[in-house]
Write a protein that binds this ligand. Structure first.
Ligand code: DX5
Ligand code: ZN
Length: 215
């Protein structure tokens, strides 16, 4: 079952509460929240206090994507704020399994994220632990970038690794996803699609989500 996770990075930051409600009503499965620290990526976006404030605007799953150095320092505050899934980047993690354990220890789902330049094999040590793997299809840091086609091969590799693991691990794809690229990533094995500009850039949010929800 394909899930659509609109990224509020492309929402109106002066009206985040109502934009979260709009995208909830429009049929979002997850609300994707991009946390950037100005270190792992150049920009600074949303902190845990904002997530906490948004929590009363929707009951949908909060899919928190940490694009930060030292992700281990952020688990408790985002768990307290109401995150349901926390993803951290393997490129930023010195002790990845400890971070997965910390996320699980808070009763949340844990995911690892891979930059476009990071090979699929970096996910291998986590296959017995994680609930989701996030394959970046642009370099993280900004919304509205162009999908990188060479990431399709990695999506296929990760799908094969998930099948081989025998576990139910979600495969999320993030960056440059729109009605056209959605078909490509789903064919390659993705089952959770993040979309920022393709959803919030549209007047009709529900129509935009439907157009990405390819079968
Ligand atoms: C990029 C973020 C993405 C971003 C996607 O650093 O992780 O979640 O919001 O935006 P689009 O869909 O516009 O590429
Ligand atoms: Zn993201």
């Amino acid at each position: 079952m394909l899930k659509i996770a609109p990224s509020i990075l492309s929402a109106d930051f002066a009206a985040l509460g109502s934009d979260v409600e709009r995208v909830d009503t429009a049929g979002a499965d997850y609300i994707h929240i991009d946390v950037m620290d100005g270190q792992f990526v150049p920009r600074i976006t949303i902190g845990s206090d904002v997530v906490k404030a948004l929590r009363r605007h929707t009951k949908k799953t909060f899919d928190v994507h940490l694009m930060v150095e030292r992700p281990e320092n952020q688990i408790d505050s985002f768990a307290d704020a109401g995150a349901d899934i926390i993803s951290f980047h393997v490129e930023a993690a010195q002790h990845g399994h400890r971070i997965v354990q910390a996320i699980h220890g808070r009763g949340l789902k844990a995911a690892i994220a891979l930059n476009p330049g990071t090979p699929a094999v970096m996910a291998e040590p986590f296959m017995e632990e994680v609930d989701m793997i996030l394959v970046m299809t642009v370099n993280p840091g900004f919304g509205g970038q162009k999908f990188i086609p060479s990431t399709l091969k990695k999506i296929r590799q990760i799908r094969e690794m998930i099948i081989a693991s025998g576990r139910s691990i979600e495969l999320e794809v993030d960056g440059g996803v729109n009605a056209d690229t959605a078909k490509l990533v789903v064919d390659a094995g993705a089952d959770v699609l993040v979309a920022g500009s393709a959803v919030f850039g549209a007047k009709d949010l529900a129509g935009a989500i439907r157009s990405i929800r390819v079968v």
